[in-house]
Each structure stands twice: as structure tokens, then as C-alpha cells.
Write a protein that binds this ligand. Structure first.
Ligand code: FAD
Ligand code: DHB
Length: 393
């Protein structure tokens, strides 16, 4: 088989890239290792930046988001027994949307299948060759047999454990990494959220986050040690831990309900440079990971592919390769901003086993500064709601 742009991975990055190219008449094939129900049920991110909303709306992919998403105009920070609201529109003119990654993925899969564009599930890319030439090839396994897909460009949107990054030659490659001494235990629960906006809480027992999926479903996270065994965390222990971490002076109470899902997410920062070699490009988690505090992972993936799609469309429209040549450097500028923001939010809100009383006081001072200074709050709001989307016309 042949195509113009071969895309490995049907996560948010691969699906959005496929959508953006297809609507501009560029031929694409998407290969996804897992089956459709697995990809559609994988619980992950929940917050879309203004720019991610913009790209979905500008390209006809926002019907689900506009019907079921919840626009949020702020977040709450809790620390030292008090709650402080950060008002996004007042500080930046921008907002965010609570709309789960599972929904974004379902919407994009449905659009692609409706359009009749090729998307193969249970198709595992095994090898990528010829990336320094003009006809790179992907060897993949589908329905028990091996096949070859020949393309003009290959984009690896295959996540942190994919093969794209491993194919990038060692010469000229640099990686940057930080692993944190804690993880998140995340739950989904059938209970109305106890808040209208997300709560990021700093507490002596560690970080907690109250998010939501709908007016009936809550999504909550709490910091746990990295080697945590889920079996040690009964539902009662989770709810009690959360309630203590969110507690403030006053009568606020955390509502509890049946927990329908539990999982552990390790925390890592990771960047690989560059994001292109020859005709192979990396996008999304294939190239970078942020710790989830600050909700940047999905949004960065969307920004990478919006930029790359614009460059590929220009290449096919006029032969102009300047966008492709600039992709890695331009994408990395935004990526490092998000790396810094995610690292800062993570460090400010979690209890680190390596921290002493001095570190604890610095955290509280930074939180107090954000709660009391318009300049500091604006910086948080600007980063949280995100930079304008690159390459969006
Ligand atoms: P992915 O979503 O990982 O998609 C990659 C796809 O490629 C997968 O479908 C995979 O099956 C497929 N694939 C891999 N290898 C191959 C192959 N060889 N052949 C074919 N297909 C292949 N972000 C937040 O902002 N908030 C959160 O709460 C949050 N929680 C997270 C929890 C977990 C457990 C994880 C892993 C991530 C979380 N993230 C979160 C990050 C966010 O979900 C990711 O940044 C986002 O999914 C990136 O999208 P992507 O398309 O780049 O990668
Ligand atoms: C969610 C996850 C995050 O990492 C975050 O910062 C906010 C919300 C969520 O899953 O809803």
C-alpha cells in the first residue's frame, strides 16, 4: 500500500493530524496497535486549552465538545486551610474546557470513519526504514500477517512507548529527563462534583486534585508514593485521604460515591530533540512527557500536530519545505514552556520526600504570592489557558 503521510498511533496526536490533513486533501493512513474500544476507553486527560478548542472548532471537529464540554473560567488553589480562585478570563481573556480525552478520541475516530479515511486498528508498526530517502516504509502486522506501507512522510504519534523515537538516529539526538518521587492515584466516581471548578490542593499529606467529567461524574487524583500498590487503597481510604487534603476552614464537604475506575500514573518530565530526521517526524508523547499537574500533555500533542499539519499542507500545496524544516525548533519552544510550567506546578503543589521545612515554606510563599499578586496569578492563568495555537489559519 501507498500513501502520502503515514501516521503511527490513533491517540489524540495521530487522530487530529489525520483529521487536519484529510480535510486539506492530503492522503493519510493511520495505523493503531490497539483495538477501537481500548483506545476509546483509556482514561487520561480532561482539560482542553483555549487553542485546542480553537483548532477543533475551526476544523469542524467540535460538535461533541460544544454539546457536552463544560467551559471553565477559573480554578481554585487550596493551601494552608484557605481557598483562592484564579479568574482566567479576567486575567487573560481566555478559558479552558472540561472535555475528556476519551471523548476527543471518540469524536475524531467517528469523523475519520465517516469520511472514509483509512484507519486500521490492531495494526502494530514493527519497523520504519528509509527515512533518509524519499519513500520511507513502515512494516506492520495486521490480522495475523505482515504488510508494508510506503509513504512520502512518516509521523510517529505513537506515544511514549512507541517505536518512532527509537528509530531516530543516536547521532545528534539529545534527551532530557526528570522522574519525580511520587505518582498520582486517579479515580473516576459516580458522584456529582463537589465544586464548580477544578481544585488543586496543597496539603501536609500531599497534593490532591478535584476534576470532573460531567455534572454526574467526578474525576479525582491524590499524590501517592511511586511504588504504590492499588490493592492497599480501599475506596474508604481514598475518600478519607482526599477529604483531608481538600479540607479548608469553613463548611465545605467532599461528596463521595461509587468508584468506577482506579489507576496509578507515574510522574515524569521528558523531552527528546530534535523531533525530525529526514522524512520521519515525532509528535505528542512520542517526543515529550510532562507531569500531569497543569493538564498540558494532550494540549501539547494537539499543538505539535496543528503546526506539523500546516507545514505538510504547505509542502503539498506549493512544494515549500520551510515549515517542515522549522517544525522541530518551533514545536520545542512551546514544549519547553509547557515543561517549565508543569514542573513548576508539580514542585509547588506536591510533598517531596526530599523536601525539608525550608522547601515547604517556599511552596507556601509561592502559593500566597499567586493568591495575592495579579502579576503572579496572570502568569499562572496565561500558562494554564495556553499560548495561541501555531499554524491555525
Ligand atoms: P497517546 O495517547 O499515547 O497515543 C499513542 C497511540 O499510539 C496509542 O493509541 C498507542 O496504542 C499507539 N501505538 C503505540 N505504539 C504503536 C505501534 N508500534 N504501532 C501502532 N500504534 C502504536 N495528561 C493530562 O493533561 N492530564 C492527565 O490527567 C493525564 N493523565 C494521563 C494518564 C496516563 C496513564 C498517561 C499515559 C497519560 C496521561 N496524560 C495526561 C497525558 C496525555 O494523556 C497524553 O499527553 C496524550 O495522550 C498524548 O497523546 P498522543 O496521541 O501523543 O499519545
Ligand atoms: C485533569 C487532569 C489533570 O492533570 C489536570 O491538571 C486537570 C484535570 C483531569 O483528568 O480531569
Amino acid at each position: 500500500a501507498r500513501t502520502q503521510v503515514a501516521i503511527i498511533g490513533a491517540g489524540p496526536a495521530g487522530l487530529l493530524l489525520g483529521h487536519l490533513l484529510h480535510r486539506k486533501g492530503v492522503d493519510t493512513v493511520v495505523l493503531e496497535n490497539r483495538d477501537r474500544p481500548y483506545v476509546e476507553k483509556r482514561q487520561r486527560a480532561g482539560i482542553l486549552e483555549q487553542g485546542t478548542m480553537d483548532v477543533l472548532r475551526a476544523t469542524g471537529a467540535a460538535a461533541g465538545m460544544d454539546a457536552r464540554g463544560l467551559q471553565h473560567d477559573g480554578i481554585e488553589l487550596r493551601f494552608a486551610g484557605e481557598a483562592h480562585r484564579i479568574d482566567f478570563p479576567a486575567l487573560t481573556g481566555r478559558s479552558v474546557m472540561v472535555y475528556a480525552q476519551t471523548e476527543v478520541v471518540k469524536d475524531l475516530i467517528a469523523l475519520r470513519l465517516e469520511a472514509g479515511a483509512p484507519l486500521a486498528f490492531e495494526a502494530e508498526a514493527l519497523d520504519i526504514s528509509g527515512i533518509e530517502g524519499e519513500a520511507p516504509q513502515i512494516r506492520y502486522r495486521h490480522e495475523g500477517a505482515e504488510h508494508t506501507l510506503t509513504a512520502e512522510y512518516v509521523v510517529a504519534c505513537d506515544g511514549f512507548h512507541g517505536i518512532g523515537r527509537r528509530i531516530m538516529p543516536e547521532a545528534g539526538k539529545r534527551t532530557f529527563e526528570r522522574v519525580y518521587p511520587f505518582s498520582w492515584l486517579g479515580i473516576l466516581a459516580d458522584v456529582a462534583p463537589s465544586c464548580d471548578e477544578l481544585i488543586y490542593a496543597h496539603s501536609p499529606e500531599g497534593f490532591a486534585l478535584h476534576s470532573m467529567r460531567s455534572p454526574e461524574v467526578s474525576r479525582l487524583y491524590l499524590q501517592v508514593p511511586p511504588d504504590t500498590d492499588l490493592a492497599q487503597w480501599s475506596d474508604d481510604r481514598i475518600w478519607e485521604g482526599l477529604a483531608r487534603r481538600f479540607a479548608i476552614d469553613g463548611d465545605w464537604k467532599l461528596a463521595t460515591g461509587p468508584i468506577t475506575e482506579k489507576g496509578i500514573t507515574p510522574m515524569r518530565s521528558f523531552v527528546t530533540e530534535p523531533m525530525r530526521h529526514g522524512r520521519l517526524f515525532l509528535a505528542g508523547d512520542a517526543a515529550h512527557i510532562v507531569p500531569p499537574t497543569g493538564a498540558k500533555g494532550l494540549n501539547l500533542a494537539a499543538a505539535d500536530v496543528t503546526l506539523l499539519a500546516a507545514a505538510l499542507v504547505r509542502r503539498y500545496a506549493s512544494g515549500d519545505e520551510s515549515g517542515l524544516d522549522a517544525y522541530s525548533e518551533q514545536a520545542l519552544r512551546r514544549i519547553w514552556r509547557a515543561e517549565h510550567f508543569s514542573y513548576t506546578m508539580t514542585s509547588m503543589l506536591h510533598t517531596s520526600p526530599d523536601d525539608d521545612a525550608f522547601g515547604h515554606r517556599l511552596q507556601l510563599s509561592q502559593l500566597d504570592y499567586i493568591a495575592s499578586s495579579k502579576a503572579a496569578a496572570t502568569s499562572l492563568a496565561e500558562n494554564y489557558t495556553g499560548l495561541p495555537m501555531p499554524g491555525l489559519d
